[in-house]
Each structure stands twice: as C-alpha cells, then as structure tokens.
Design a protein around this ligand. Structure first.
Ligand code: URA
Ligand code: SF4
Length: 223
C-alpha cells in the first residue's frame, strides 16, 4: 500500500544550487511536514563534501535539536566509538538523518522531551533532503543505521533484523531510491546506536560488537 502523502514534502524547498552549503541553508527554512513546528531547528547532515562514507540515522535527538548538529548526543558518542573500533577513524565520513527535525512528545507534567519515531509519511516528506545529500556527497559506501533510515533508503519492506550486515546493491530494487544514479559501491544496513544504548545490561556488549562488525563489513566496500 502506498503511503498517503499527508505532508507537502520538502521538494518545493530545495534550492536550485545543490551544494551542501546551499542545501543546508535552504533546509533551515523547510516546512515540508509538521515536524518543524515543535522542534528548535533543522538538523542537517555534517561532514566533508568529499566523504567516502555516509552514515544515515533516524532523526535528531534532544541534544542534536538544541545544538543543531547531527549525532552529537549520547548515540553520537557511541557511534563515534564504534566507527573508531571498526577501523574507520581516518575515513572521511558524512553523518546525517532520514528526517531532519526532532519528533518528540512531552511527558505528562514533566519537562523532558520523549523521542517519538517519525512516521512513514514524515520520512517520505523529508526524503528529498537525503536524496540531495547523497547526490552532493556521492559516497563510496552508504550505511543505514536502524529501521527508519533503512526504510527510507531501501524501501518499506526492508527488514534490518534479517538483512543487517549484508552488502546490498545500489540502487535498491524497491522504494523511492530505486533507479537512483549515485555510483555507490556498497550499501548496508545495521542497528541504530540508540538500540545499543537501550539494550539490557547483559546484552549491550554483544549489541555493540554487532554494530562494529557491520561497520567493518561496510569498510570492505572502501577498498
Ligand atoms: N539519533 C539519530 O538517529 N540521529 C542523531 O543525530 C542523533 C540520535
Ligand atoms: Fe522539512 Fe524534513 Fe523538517 Fe519535515 S522533518 S519540516 S520535511 S526538514
């Protein structure tokens, strides 16, 4: 079943010039879906334009929303460590998210903002930014972190639990990126670093090792 376009989408906010700088400034004004209303700012991707590795997360978290930078909170710190342990510390890397605004709900009576997964419609609305980043950076290897990113990149039928760590052809056969012309050598999906943080104490080391293993498999695509 097709996802009903419940949002206008980001397409009309894309600039004529598609450099990362131009995209970042234009994205700051995006109103392609309702998520801009309750978030502090657009959190665009970060990293060098000539990055060979692109990591795609779900959406900015609380810290990212406040600071305006992708993956600078607890999940970002864990991801940094995993990237290092996978031998990718020296690899020029671009990090971004499938959705550029923080979706959250308030705890009853409290001040804490609780993360809420973006909907398929919001993910679809934001996809033009991700597609434009992919076209501007043209990475050699592309990694989806978690189900939201994997769904946006490889189509809604993709299952991270079953297909994680497996090198995938690019473009994918299904989804909105089918036929995408970016010459990517290897694409792969793995778990989200937040899932490692959320794992039970006794499962966390194994979850972390799994993330590192998958990132190491992605590194093979850089050779
Ligand atoms: N989780 C994400 O998916 N992205 C971020 O930038 C931070 C946390
Ligand atoms: Fe635009 Fe994406 Fe933010 Fe929605 S989440 S307003 S599509 S940048």
């Amino acid at each position: 079943m097709a996802v009903r376009p419940s949002h206008p989408g980001a397409e009309q906010f894309l600039p004529d010039t598609r450099s990362l700088d131009a995209l970042r400034s234009a994205a700051a004004r995006c109103r392609g879906c309702d998520l801009y209303e309750n978030a502090a700012q657009t959190v665009f991707g970060r990293g060098p334009g000539e990055a060979r590795l692109m990591l795609v997360g779900e959406q900015p978290g609380d810290v990212e929303d406040t600071e305006g930078k992708a993956f600078v909170g607890p999940a970002g710190r864990l991801l940094d460590r995993a990237v290092g342990d996978a031998g990718l510390r020296e690899t020029a890397t671009y990090v971004t998210n499938a959705v550029k605004h923080f979706r959250w709900k308030g705890a009853r009576g409290g001040k804490r903002r609780i993360h809420e997964k973006p909907s398929a419609g919001q993910s679809a609305a934001c996809r033009p930014w991700l597609a434009a980043e992919l076209a501007a950076v043209r990475p050699t290897v592309l990694v989806a972190l978690g189900a939201t990113a994997a769904g946006s990149l490889f189509g809604p039928a993709f299952r991270v639990t079953q297909q994680r760590g497996t090198m995938l052809p690019w473009p994918p056969e299904k989804g909105d990126f089918a036929g995408d012309p970016t010459p990517i050598q290897a694409a792969l999906a793995t778990v989200h670093p937040s899932a490692v943080l959320r794992a039970r104490d006794e499962d966390r080391a194994e979850a972390y090792d799994g993330l590192v293993r998958d990132l190491r498999a992605a590194a093979e695509g850089l050779r």
